[in-house]
Design a protein around this ligand. Structure first.
Ligand SMILES: NC(=O)c1ccc[n+]([C@@H]2O[C@H](COP(=O)([O-])OP(=O)(O)OC[C@H]3O[C@@H](n4cnc5c(N)ncnc54)[C@H](O)[C@@H]3O)[C@@H](O)[C@H]2O)c1
Length: 254
């Protein structure tokens, strides 16, 4: 399928899920810019995409830095010919210690988490919107987490940062929808890829599997990419303002 033919998509954040997003969007015909603070990680994915005959470029991106974000958007416009879609996907996972509640979490960890996850998505949005508005529209997808809904004894800063992104998404969808810009959020449950597998404890894995309705497997980056491709495509043209969980039925919201 070539659902993103002739579109330029900026995937902000490589890693396990971001690599899968970039691959899928390029397979769908998009010219992809993949940015990450870890340039080597982005370059590796981009090399594989281009070797497979698709089109992608990489850039070093600090999503929490305005100049860095603006440079990535300028790259899309000047080198790739525009910007039709943004998928803001990077995250600081510094708040990952399951022993820490609000009383134990260092304030520096809270600040870093908000700086990258909240300010970062805000900056990406602010840089992308003028280009999309000038072109008559575009589509923005944000990666959140079911942690924004589920509550938990740990990861309070991370969950707060993801919930803040939902408010950003609704603002964009409401204010700029009349000018053709759509915004949606994907909230993954447990998505396994090599880096995540290395990090996750057997206990947490068992807990996540027990909570999901689909028992035959855990989530994969391709599950997130499949929904992202729809939301960024013209086929998704009437979907906006939504948070959609991709979590094997771990959460069920009205
Ligand atoms: N894997 C899961 O189970 C899961 C579940 C829920 C939500 N998520 C969300 O999915 C997204 C991707 O997660 P992942 O599992 O692929 O993790 P990952 O660690 O593989 O990828 C995250 C990427 O963000 C990059 N990054 C960190 N700080 C950055 C910055 N300042 N600027 C630019 N890039 C930066 C990292 O270098 C890394 O490549 C994140 O938003 C995460 O919160 C993942």
């Amino acid at each position: 399928m070539r659902r993103l033919e002739n579109k330029v998509i900026f995937v902000a954040g490589a890693g396990g899920i971001g690599g899968g997003l970039a691959r899928r969007y390029a397979e769908e015909g998009a010219r992809v810019l993949l940015g990450d603070i870890d340039l080597a990680a982005a370059e590796e994915v981009v090399q594989a995409i281009n070797d497979a005959g698709h089109s992608a470029a990489s850039i070093r991106l600090d999503g929490s830095d305005e100049d860095s974000v603006n440079a990535a958007v300028s790259f899309c416009v000047e080198k790739l010919g525009g910007l039709d879609g943004l998928h803001a996907n990077f995250a600081s996972l510094a708040d990952s210690n399951r022993e820490q509640g609000i009383l134990e979490l260092p304030l520096e960890t809270f600040d870093l988490t908000q700086r990258v996850n909240v300010r970062g998505y805000y900056l990406c949005t602010r840089a992308a919107l003028p280009v999309m508005l000038a072109a008559g529209g575009g589509s923005i997808v944000y990666t959140s987490s079911i942690g924004a809904y589920t509550g938990g004894a740990a990861q309070v800063a991370y969950s707060m940062s993801k919930a803040a992104g939902h408010a950003l998404m609704r603002h964009v969808a409401t204010r700029y929808g009349p000018q053709g810009v759509r915004a949606n959020t994907i909230a993954p449950g447990l998505i396994l890829h090599p880096a995540a597998e290395a990090e996750i404890s057997e206990e947490l894995l068992a807990m996540c599997c027990a909570r999901a309705s689909i028992k035959s497997r855990t989530g994969r980056p391709t599950d997130i990419a499949a929904l992202g491709a729809l939301l960024l495509s013209d086929e998704g043209g009437y979907i906006t303002g939504q948070v959609i969980c991709v979590d094997g039925g771990t959460t069920m919201r009205a």
